[in-house]
Design a protein around this ligand. Structure first.
Ligand SMILES: [Zn+2]
Length: 114
């Protein structure tokens, strides 16, 4: 995840970012739009949709969890099988210890619907 300071240049980058589409209009016409600084997680890359102007942050939950997209996928899978977020949390704590609160699990479910 080491990305050097590409963000400073005003590159008119038409490249499509991997797996990235506008949460609002589903367009893949996405540009980087600087960083958001947070105390807990450092810099977060922000993106903007050139289609509708929607600004968003990529995969906030994934960043928070660090390399744990598999865990999130697992949680979502469990959730959609009808297991409650609290049960999923218990599962997580059993295997990974103190990682996610059920609140964040629930927010993933909202954020990454099937
Ligand atoms: Zn959009």
């Amino acid at each position: 995840m080491t990305r050097k300071d590409q963000s400073k240049s005003k590159s008119k980058n038409k490249k499509k970012y991997k797996n990235l589409s506008c949460p609002s209009c589903k367009s893949e016409n996405i540009i980087k739009r600087g960083f958001r600084k947070t105390e807990n997680r450092g810099k977060i890359q922000r993106y903007s949709c050139k289609n509708c102007g929607f600004r968003f942050v990529k995969d906030e939950g994934f960043l928070r969890m660090r390399n744990s997209s598999q865990r999130i996928t697992l949680c979502l899978d469990l959730f959609f099988r009808g297991i409650s977020t609290r049960k999923i949390q218990e599962h997580l704590q059993a295997f990974y210890s103190k990682n996610a609160s059920w609140v964040s699990i629930y927010s993933w479910v909202i954020k990454y619907p099937k």
